[in-house]
Design a binder for this molecule. Structure first.
Ligand SMILES: Nc1ncnc2c1ncn2[C@@H]1O[C@H](COP(=O)(O)OP(=O)(O)OP(=O)(O)O)[C@@H](O)[C@H]1O
Ligand SMILES: [Mg+2]
Length: 617
């Protein structure tokens, strides 16, 4: 028998496959202490709603006492004359209860929703302060489910929870007071049953907390799998991975079912137990009440009113029990928010950043080494070079050599583990990252477009730019013609991640964005990869315009874009293995020459030459 009960109470087994980060266990009190100050703007309204809560049980008590008057003054003496005032009082009280109920409910929802809105926005804003490294490490779906789901838990702990506990305690006090007023012996006997609820509640609360935490984590892993899977439908369908993905999703979904069932089992076992205690309690009191009635210590109306009060008393006690269950559940969810809020950006502005306006754009790397956080392999090793203002530095090297990583350091998404990066002789660490990035424009291989209009996407480079500047940038980026041909022109929506545009069109919008930013430093990461020969050739002209006059660091496999760079740096395995101009490297570096001839095989040679003659030189 015990075995069965124990197995019923066991939380769901199996792990969540490391899909979601476990959050450290936080105490309910800590959750409260941490977020209570955030409710400050609502304290005033909270007091008002507490005041309403004080009135409500008093009115309830009056209604029940009226019931005693009905029995003792109207029904027992069969006195109709006393009926109308009782009716009037009943109607009055009902209307009052209704009004108070409306105000209380609406006020509660108003406070709760507004608090939720602030918290949600705060967590979201916090996420944007975090360094890129955070998002490299985390599953997006897990973070999203915390933002949309778990934030509500804080509201439960800080507001609804507080109001609920207060309201229930108050009801217990008022009703218990009236019980003693009606018959203190009976009252004493009935209140002995109350502590039993507490004992039962405490035993279960712990297990329920564990189960609820599991439920939240499971919900997170479902979102994670769905997000990854639905975000990659092209890949999945092309490779026929649908069934595998469905299985993966089903496994997480089933995990959620088990966790949910485990939590429900615990919850469901709890309430019948409480019910049983309640029935036993009421029957005992009824027996004692009959004895008191025959002894003449209480009237019939008094006894009936007593029983009504008693049933009213058990409901707030039970309410407290349920509240503690939901509060522990909420604490588990709040832990996941706390874990997010406790994340600190790895890259921060110094307390007194060196002021920076428009820079000249002299970038100097001195013996820069770098390993990603929590890894030991050095992705970059003792890199030193200088990019003079207005010059173009090309970085080439095999896949995985560390080229993109170098750009991330220049954008200060990470700090070097050793060495320095200076901009106009100032260490990047002495600058406010925002001020640094204001001087940089980027065009990446995977074009980053936001789900908005074309105009919005270009203006992201410089929101205050005028319409003329917008069009000038688009013209320079060779994008104006295709944009004008679209039905809505600049107001055409690009779809999520720019799906509604072709790769080359996306890239030209990215160039227009970099163009309008007009920053002294330009970082290009494989701007032509992913495009076919014709499309890449097409964006070379606008790229060329963009590069002119800026300190440019360009990464490219496609050596077309780099042949006329002022210096070319060959990265091999995180080290600089060679530096020079195109002609120098072609003569001295076998790997470079190999890479060059790879892209300039006879079939491509024609294109390459014409481009070099027509555009690049
Ligand atoms: N966020 C990360 N955390 C840990 N390691 C990383 C991270 N990003 C990249 N790496 C590792 O750093 C190395 C260099 O990656 P990087 O993206 O800089 O290469 P790359 O030269 O740009 O290659 P490609 O030409 O293929 O774009 C790789 O071995 C990669 O596995
Ligand atoms: Mg790369």
């Amino acid at each position: 028998m015990w075995e069965v009960v124990r197995s019923l109470l066991r939380p769901a087994s199996g792990d969540v496959g490391g899909l979601v980060e476990a959050a450290p266990a936080a105490r309910l009190r800590e959750v409260f202490r941490r977020f209570w100050p955030d409710a400050r703007p609502f304290w005033r309204w909270l007091w008002l709603s507490l005041a309403l809560i004080i009135v409500t049980p008093a009115v309830d008590a009056a209604a029940i006492l009226l019931f005693r008057a009905l029995v003792d003054d109207v029904l027992t003496p069969r006195n109709f004359a006393a009926f109308p005032p009782v009716v009037a009082a009943f109607v009055g009280i009902t209307v009052l209860v209704g009004m108070l109920g409306f105000i209380g409910q609406y006020l509660g929802a108003w406070i709760g929703e507004n608090f939720l809105h602030r918290m949600r926005t705060r967590v979201f804003a916090h996420l944007h302060t975090l360094s890129v490294s955070f998002f490299d490490r985390r599953r997006l779906g897990d973070t999203l489910s915390r933002l949309t789901g778990d934030v509500g838990a804080i509201e439960t702990v800080v507001l609804s929870g507080v109001i609920g506990v207060f309201a229930n305690l108050l009801k217990i006090m008022v009703f218990a007071g009236v019980l003693f007023y009606l018959d203190w012996r009976l009252a004493l006997a009935s209140l002995i049953a109350v502590p039993m609820f507490w004992a039962a509640a405490r035993v279960f609360a712990r297990r329920i907390k564990v189960a609820s935490r599991d439920v939240r984590q499971r919900a997170g892993s479902i979102t994670v799998v769905a997000e990854e899977s639905l975000g990659n439908t092209t890949l999945i369908q092309a490779y026929g991975r649908e069934q595998a993905e469905v299985d993966r999703f089903a496994a997480q979904s089933l995990g959620s079912v088990h966790a949910e069932l485990a939590a429900t089992r615990l919850g469901a076992m709890f309430s019948p137990l409480v019910d049983l205690l309640q029935v036993i309690g009421v029957l005992t009191i009824l027996g004692l009440g009959i004895w008191e009635l025959t002894a003449g210590h209480i009237t019939l109306g008094g006894l009936l009113a007593f029983l009504v009060f008693l049933s009213q008393l058990y409901s707030p006690v039970q309410g407290l029990g349920q509240l503690s269950t939901s509060l522990f559940g909420a604490a588990a969810a709040a832990e996941r928010i706390i874990e997010l809020l406790d994340q600190r950006p790895t890259v921060t502005a110094p307390p007194h950043p060196t002021p920076l306006d428009r820079v000249r754009g002299c970038l100097r790397l001195e013996r820069v080494s770098f390993a990603y956080p929590d890894t030991t392999t050095e992705v970059l090793n003792q890199i030193s070079f200088t990019a003079e203002p207005g010059q173009t530095t090309a970085i080439v090297g095999a896949s995985g050599a560390g080229k993109t990583t170098l750009l991330k350091l220049l954008l200060r998404f990470y700090d070097p583990t050793a060495g320095h990066i200076n901009l106009d002789r100032i260490d990047l660490r002495d600058l406010d990252p925002e001020a640094l990035r204001a001087n940089i424009a980027i065009v990446l291989q995977e074009t980053l477009l936001l789900d908005g209009t074309i105009a919005e996407n270009i203006l992201a480079g410089r929101p205050e730019a005028s319409e003329d500047q917008l069009i000038a940038a688009a013209v320079a980026a060779d994008a104006h013609d295709f944009i004008s041909a679209l039905p809505d022109g600049y107001d055409t929506r690009v779809g999520q991640r720019g799906r509604l545009l072709s790769g080359g069109q996306r890239q030209r919008i990215a160039i227009a964005r970099a163009m309008i930013r007009n920053a002294p430093i330009l970082l290009l990461d494989e701007p032509t990869t992913g495009l076919d020969a014709e499309a890449s050739q097409r964006i070379l002209t606008p790229l060329r315009r963009l590069i002119t006059g800026r300190t440019t660091i360009v990464i490219s496999h496609n050596l077309l874009t780099v042949t006329d760079a002022d210096q070319i740096i060959y990265l091999g395995n995180g080290r600089i293995t060679d530096t020079g101009t195109h002609a120098q490297l072609l003569a001295s570096n076998n790997q470079y020459a190999h890479l060059y001839h790879l892209h300039h095989s006879p079939t491509l040679a024609g294109t390459a030459t014409s481009v070099r003659n027509g555009v690049l030189t």
